[in-house]
Design a protein around this ligand. Sequence first.
Ligand code: NAD
Length: 502
Amino acid sequence: MSDLPVHDHWIDGRPTAGTDQQRLGDVFDPATGQARSRVRLAGVADVDAAVAAARAAATTWSETSVTARSRVMFTFRELLVQHEDELAAVISAEHGKTLDDARGEVVRGREVVEFACGIPQLLKGDFNDQVSAGVDSHSFRQPLGVVAGITPFNFPIMVPLWMHPVAIACGNTFVLKPSERVPGASDLVARLYQQAGLPDGVFNVVHGDKVAVDALLEHPDVDAVSFVGSTPIARHVHEGASRTGKRVQALGGAKNHAVVMPDADLDFAADHIVAAGYGSAGQRCMAISAVVAVGPAADTLVDKIRERTVDLTVGPGSRAGVDMGPVITRASRDRIVDFVGQAEDAGAKVVVDGRDLVVEGHEGGFFVGPTLVDHATTEMSVYTDEIFGPLLTVLRVATLDEAIELINANPFGNGTAVFTSSGEVGRSFQRRVKVGMIGVNVPVPVPMAFHSFGGWKDSMFGDHHMHGPEGVRFYTQAKVVTTRWPHVSEESLAQLNFPTAQ
Ligand code: NAD
């Protein structure tokens, strides 16, 4: 038996080992390659227990005043501020990203809580006076019931925070199934909600893998599912939840292009492309992975990216001065290295090669150095696949039209950016690309919490994007009421024909 600490589930306001106690997974420190803790992998009975707790809490919570729900969010927000360093430390240790990067995700996630604090304003309905003689009409929105959230490894706190503050503020109860590779932040979040005064059962965590996800998709008492992860699993979740009649939003993978026009400030573009490509070791769904160099400036641009890439410091995320940490698993490292080899074999030029990087004192860590591949084509696997690592691929085209055509032919449509000094180019680009989130001289255009986050095409299945106004719509359903208070002494005016305004 291992003596590593174990992450329990959090059901009905307390930690529990659950019923399926034999199934455990290792949680690694990617900087050393060693397991640092173990996580419970829920069975169907554990999912049943979490959903039952959420269902039992749903009636009271949905009847709790919107002001009281908002106040819980205000307190929860303060606790996230107080525990920022603790959260960043656990995220960095389990994921590998730098402490500053981890703090950044805590802050961006907290902004969704700040948005959810305004829920009384967000849930205001509409009212029409006198839609017909003596008749008024109003609409309002009500919570769905029990919502499940299934999240990826790459943002252990921010992606779950895209979901549960909005769902809970809207009056739903929540079951979170976080990535089994990064369970620590969710454990702490559950305790902070309790400290904030959230009643037991409103927020639950089941740790687990496919077994837990499929049990949530099948469960008749789950009303809606929010998912973020890779495209094949997003498809699976969208299909499974739709088959069982649930509302579902499933965000998938990405291939994000940065188009660099000849009129762009190339130093500015290179700085931002390096940050967007290698930050968090390229493991952001909005990371730039394909650079589309337009026209004759391509050689200069590649040179500027190369100069900046070789200057980056790679090491454990907890060490001061490190720009980039390891990737999440050994398998992920090996897969990235393999893609570089495939690109080389297909005729691309490896300008900066991170394949053989060894970090002294961390020889067992899952490190791969920042890698730059030039002269790639749209047929190469380095371009067609989502690689999710510190690998920037440069493609060259002659015109903006060709660049837009290339982006629109790609099956993914999460994020994209254009670097230019022309307003006309910026405007044309944003109107013509089939992508959900667009940056003009902004390489990672992640929308603020009061807008909504989501891609197009294979980057998103379902109708509503996350957080912001679309999040409120996703977690509520609308009612329209038509009201008449007839004068009691009036004769009966009942008519059998279809009512029209009088
Ligand atoms: P993943 O798809 O492997 O896992 C996501 C979740 O699904 C996890 O909770 C995991 O336990 C579960 N899961 C994994 N395999 C499953 C299966 N066969 N059946 C049912 N459930 C399963 O993704 P990941 O590796 O954790 O995260 C990286 C991926 O997430 C990348 O593709 C990235 O682009 C994507 N991502 C997308 C966004 C976005 O907003 N579109 C944001 C972050 C990450």
